[in-house]
Write a protein that binds this ligand. Structure first.
Ligand code: PGA
Length: 254
């Protein structure tokens, strides 16, 4: 079974030379890994440096955000052809830190449609900010999925992945990650929502990843007991040894 481990470097590291070193460490550490697709999403300015490092490696490049147009008067935006010129093949869309800056469901939907049409593989990020006993987070996740995927066609589902990242579990220690029981329940729920949108047979192969304080010590259980297809890793992806241990742990899952 294909698994995924995606590094979300966020706005790190500070310099191109550090990015190159970190990428080299990751590349070296995952050379023998056959069962895991490893993707690194650096800040846009580092793509030029890292694209040169892709040769002879199975590590893929992705970006953390994208515009919804190819060219034009969109100050500060970056388009699909621009990042594809540097061999980026994945894009994170709707990360909670972007939503925090004002990105709403409608903009997320436009970006998803555009990125898919551009031939990129989309990692759609969803996740509730808090959990209350009334279970309102289920409706919240359903809404995020339904609006973001409004323009999605069945034939394009092969280019979609969902990253479920409960915001309250992001950027903490392994002990603060979601319990695998709660994660398993949410993965089933996400599959149910997708099935209702597209039909069961079509969504069986849409990978569902987890993100939120995923570390080497909890990586395997978040996949096996959590029922996920892999992980989206933030802070632990900034230390190549820790990140490659996560990849190895996910690769060892049968
Ligand atoms: P974290 O970040 O691994 O540091 O919790 C995950 C993310 O925000 O994608």
């Amino acid at each position: 079974m294909q698994r995924y481990v995606i590094a979300n470097w966020k706005m790190n590291p500070g310099k191109p030379s550090e990015a190159k070193k970190l990428f080299a460490g990751i590349k070296l550490g995952v050379t023998k890994e056959r069962r895991v697709e490893v993707v690194v999403c650096p800040p846009h300015p580092f793509l030029g440096e890292l694209t040169k490092e892709l040769r002879g490696s199975k590590v893929k490049l992705g970006v953390q955000d994208l515009s919804f147009k190819d060219t034009g008067a969109y100050t500060g935006e970056v388009s699909a052809p621009m990042v594809q010129a540097y061999k980026a093949t994945y894009v994170l869309i709707g990360h909670s830190e972007r939503r925090e800056l004002g990105e709403g469901n409608d903009l997320v939907a436009r970006k998803v449609e555009y990125a898919i049409a551009s031939g990129l593989r989309v990692v759609l990020c969803v996740g509730e900010r808090e959990r209350r006993d009334d279970g309102a987070y289920f409706a919240f996740i359903a809404e995020e999925l339904t609006t973001a995927l409004a323009g999605m066609k069945r034939k394009d589902l092969e280019r979609l992945m969902i990253a479920y990242e409960p915001v309250w579990a992001i950027g903490k220690t392994a002990q603060d990650a979601m319990t695998t029981e709660a994660l398993y329940e949410m993965v089933l729920f996400i599959r149910k929502v997708l099935s209702e949108l597209f039909g069961r047979a079509y969504v069986a192969r849409v990978p569902i990843l987890y993100g939120g304080s995923a570390k080497a010590e909890n990586a395997a259980e978040l996949v096996t007991e959590g029922g996920t297809d892999g992980l989206l890793v933030g802070s632990a992806s900034l230390v190549s040894k820790e990140f490659t241990k996560i990849v190895a742990a996910v690769g060892a899952v049968r």
